[in-house]
Design a protein around this ligand. Structure first.
Ligand SMILES: CSCCC(=O)C(=O)COP(=O)(O)O
Ligand SMILES: [Mg+2]
Length: 247
């Protein structure tokens, strides 16, 4: 059991509230299968072009210019191949995550996608919220995707439990500056925020910014060799958080 005093709980999704398998074996294949049709049908749309613009910031203008150096048909195929390759390699690029979020929308709305949550996740969120804690999400998945995810979960629509969502438009999850920005956005001292994630490098960045941190050890997560360097939980039932100063 870990007992913490804090006002805000900031949660990662994959490997923390929900299984990595669901994201990799259900959500990624759903998007991957639909990338060719989506790119072909939306080639001139502001939505797709916004994602391509973001990818050129993520990957460098030269890479994206190379995809777009041929005729319309070959350019579309280059974008499709590049996006599929990034999905297969779990690239956490903002433009890719925006694109995935757009494609997932139809799946969550039709009921084909229902977000996985560990059985302790929804009860813990309710318990923490009732105790007066401010709950937020910070994930590589786009904010739109996060809202689809928690709006269409195995425990129903949980969006009312969260005060805000952050994605990589705030900055990369492994950089301290991103956590400084989140603390400034919330308007509390960094030490009043506890960040829970399965990725040590994310916890290290958060700790560098002054956050309290907890390592999430869920079944199917990557093995963390130095797990004992962190406060750790296998379930949210092991995380007791008492609010400090928020009214
Ligand atoms: C919003 S669900 C999709 C999650 C996703 O695409 C992802 O990359 C998860 O990364 P996280 O930062 O939550 O580990
Ligand atoms: Mg994670």
């Amino acid at each position: 059991m870990i007992e913490i005093s804090a006002d805000v709980i900031l949660l990662d999704i994959e490997g923390t509230t929900s299984s990595i398998d669901f994201v990799h074996d259900v959500m990624f294949p759903f998007a991957r299968k639909r990338v060719p049709g989506f790119v072909a049908s939306n080639w001139d749309s502001p939505e797709l072009n916004g994602c391509i613009e973001l990818l050129s910031e993520d990957l460098g203008k030269e890479s994206v210019a190379a995809w777009l150096s041929g005729n319309a048909e070959s350019n579309q195929q280059s974008v499709i191949d590049a996006v599929v390759d990034m999905i297969d390699n779990d690239v956490k690029a903002t433009g890719l995550k925006q694109l995935q979020g757009i494609i997932w929308k139809s799946g969550f709305h039709s009921g084909e996608l229902v977000a996985h949550l560990y059985k302790d996740t929804a009860p813990a969120l309710e318990r923490w919220k009732d105790a007066g804690l401010d709950l937020r999400i910070y994930s590589s998945g786009s904010i739109a995707a996060q809202k689809l995810f928690f709006g269409h979960s195995v425990a129903g629509d949980l969006l009312h439990l969260f005060s805000a969502n952050y994605d990589t438009t705030t900055g990369p999850k492994k950089e301290a500056e991103s956590y400084h920005r989140i603390a400034a956005d919330i308007g509390v001292d960094a030490d009043q925020i506890v960040f829970v994630s399965d990725v040590p490098a994310e916890l290290d960045a958060a700790a560098e910014a002054g956050f309290q941190t907890v390592l999430s050890l869920r079944p199917g997560n990557a093995v963390v060799e130095n797990a004992d360097d962190y406060q750790q939980i296998e379930s949210f039932e092991q995380l007791l958080v008492a609010p400090n100063q928020l009214s």
